[in-house]
Design a protein around this ligand. Structure first.
Ligand SMILES: *Cc1c(COP(=O)(O)O)cnc(C)c1O
Length: 384
């Protein structure tokens, strides 16, 4: 099998798995218990918290473990909205956010909050002019993703943070795709809140973290016990937290090597697609994009037909966002960058991982080219 869908999820690294395993068996103590097998687990959680903090230049006290990247986004957006509703009820986000952000905003709209969804240009970059104009006295939160999961575009985060700060507005960024792929320092970049997820960085599924800058008040999202400084009830997912800690440590140590390898594969893939497959179009910013992301549209070809063709040959790619794979319509991201139907329907996202090689890319190109030619030939046959 060849896996080219690392934006949907990644494989747990062997070192990560090994560190997690004891917490499913002998180290089963509840971290809230006072006897030794509880206390040692509490200590292990705090070590993992430090590792997560180190990856993004935060203080361990500013890290809250959650059940997923989606939960981190929900907690950030709803938590800030509810804690600041007396101050104002206006939120600014973009049209190309992950559903965890967009749907949180929609829920808030039903509760009387106003949300501005910023436009993006044809590369997927948010409109900063519109951002400046949208801010008013009631604006309490700006939430813009660092890098887009479908088209890979990296947003002007520092500028957005500056605008937020100048207007005394909290700035949250969904960094699920950026963490481990781009160097992030929350302090230098002016990010007040940040979401990340374990399974996008070769860690386990079902574990995420939210960074909240010290001093920022937010309402908790899960009620119950006192875990996570009273902000997220529920006995800790100890194995998941240990796995996320190890994954962030490895991500920090390997960042440059990882990034360079992915970028090399991406550049080679883009070059080969453009050389070998006619009527293709790269989506997202040409250079200002995630190292491992290449999102192409092929004119008048059904992307799902390509996906199933490649799947039959053991190749995994995506047509858009995995979250949208049941939807026959073009994704909200492709619509927002102004891609018309004849291109959008034939979109194939390839996202590389550490284990991919140049030979894998050659095999992918060969099969992708064949698949597109076969589908086109079939279409022509039907039209006769
Ligand atoms: C995957 C993803 C999420 C959701 O993370 P989960 O841990 O799968 O809930 C949120 N935002 C972005 C940009 C993502 O790519």
């Amino acid at each position: 099998m060849l896996y080219f869908d690392n934006s949907a999820t990644t494989k747990v690294k062997e070192e990560v798995l090994q560190e997690m395993l004891p917490y499913f068996s002998e180290s089963y103590g509840n971290p809230s218990s006072s006897y030794s097998i509880g206390r040692t687990n509490k200590k292990a959680i705090e070590e993992a918290r430090t590792k997560v903090a180190n990856l993004i230049g935060a203080h361990p006290k500013e890290i809250y473990f959650t059940g997923s990247g989606s939960e981190s986004d929900n907690t950030a957006i709803k938590g800030i909205a509810y804690a600041n509703k007396e101050k104002g009820r206006h939120i600014i986000t973009s049209k190309i956010e992950h559903p965890a952000v967009l749907e949180s905003c929609k829920t808030l709209e039903k509760q009387g909050f106003k949300v501005t969804y910023l436009n993006v240009d044809s590369d997927g970059i948010v409109d900063l002019q519109q951002l400046r104009k949208s801010i008013n006295k009631k604006t309490i939160l700006i939430s813009i993703m660092f890098a887009n999961n479908e088209i890979g575009t990296i947003e002007p985060i520092k500028e957005i943070a500056k605008i937020a700060k100048a207007n005394n507005i909290i700035f949250h960024s969904d960094c699920v795709q950026a963490v481990g792929n781009i160097e992030i320092n929350v302090e230098q970049m002016g990010i007040d809140m940040l979401s990340l997820s374990g399974h996008k960085i070769n860690g386990p599924k079902g574990i995420g973290a939210l960074y909240v800058k010290q001093g920022i008040q937010f309402d908790r999202y899960i009620d119950g016990g006192h875990q996570e400084k009273n902000k997220r009830a529920g006995t800790e997912n100890v194995a998941g937290i240990i796995g996320l800690g190890k994954a962030t440590e490895l991500a920090k140590d390997n960042l440059n090597e990882h990034k360079n390898h992915l970028k090399e594969l991406r550049e080679y893939y883009i070059e080969q697609v453009e050389k070998n497959i006619p009527n293709c179009k790269l989506n997202g910013a040409r250079n200002n994009r995630l190292a491992g992301n290449a999102n192409f549209s092929f004119e008048n070809v059904d992307g799902n037909a390509i996906l199933y063709d490649l799947d039959a040959k053991g190749i995994c790619v995506s047509t858009g966002s995995a979250c949208n794979s049941e939807e026959p319509n073009p994704s909200h991201v492709l619509t927002s960058i102004g891609l018309d139907q004849k291109w959008a329907n034939g979109t194939i996202r390839v996202t590389f991982g550490d284990e991919n090689t140049k030979e894998d890319v050659d095999y992918l190109i060969k099969n992708l080219k064949e698949s597109i030619e076969n589908i086109k030939a079939k279409n022509t046959g039907q039209n006769l």
